[in-house]
Design a protein around this ligand. Sequence first.
Ligand code: MEV
Length: 328
Amino acid sequence: MAISSAPGKVYLFGEHAVVYGEPAVPCAIERRARVEVSRREDGKLSVHSDDLTLDGFTVEYGVSPDERPDIDVSESLVTAAMGYVDGAIEQVRDVTGNDDVGFDVTIDSDIPLGAGLGSSAAVVVAAIDAATRELGTTLSTEELADRAYRTEHEVQDGQASRADTFCSATGGAVRVEGEDCRSIEAPDLPIVIGFDGGAGDTGQLVAGVRNLREEYDFAADTVAAIGDVVRNGEEALSAGDLEEIGRLMNFNHGLLSALGVSSRSLDTMVWAARDAGAMGAKLTGAGGGGCIVALDPTPETETALSFTPGCEDAFRAALTEEGVKRIE
Ligand code: MEV
């Protein structure tokens, strides 16, 4: 048996635009997916998950999954979640040259699924790390991030950036621009998260932005403008200028909204945070529903969010420098 965990993340700046080669800055947060893996000789894969939104399910299948668990979340979310696990195991088979190996996989995650906090990247990183170690191979962080990226790329129909998976594998604040992924310094950030209890379909949301970008020059300009916001954000981060970081987060949210990836509940939470005095607030991740990230050193934003209709959970999240963690 091998057990690994990996952190979720928030995007300070740059989601969606990063898919088209603009830079992005995600930050790992101390919310983790823990994956336990045991080898099995019959070639089958059994997945059990206890997750904030997937409230416990087990499914067992052969190489081509045809069963689906009977649980109360949307079919597309379950299909996506299982696609990520299948994809991760495919990478493990490929990198270890062990084509027929099967596994019992148990996922225990405190990152809500599809909510913009990088649950899929965390599960994929932790699953690849644990399953390769179960077969006696330990991957470098770079190779792990790369294999996890390939999984997301496949599941998201070739439309994924390296941002989520690199951030989850390495921890800390990172800057990703195309193939160039590095860790960067970030000041102590007073991060508050609001969660509407919902989720977005990353593949669909990314496809929506791609279509807009192909149809309208001004949508392509909006994506490029997000890149400019990120570049300014990097300067504000290295100067430790929280006020400016917040202003740029607000701007970034407006541009994401123009690209159609916000939602009524995300906008409501963003405005509740701003009204409560947050330095800035924006959706995080693919959007469509899920989480917002705000900056506020005072308790005001968390309190306001917890009383905001449509906000199911509000909490603080500390940045973590620890990426993948080898527990056993
Ligand atoms: C999803 O967490 C972030 C997106 O930018 C997609 C990606 O980078 O792969 C929307």
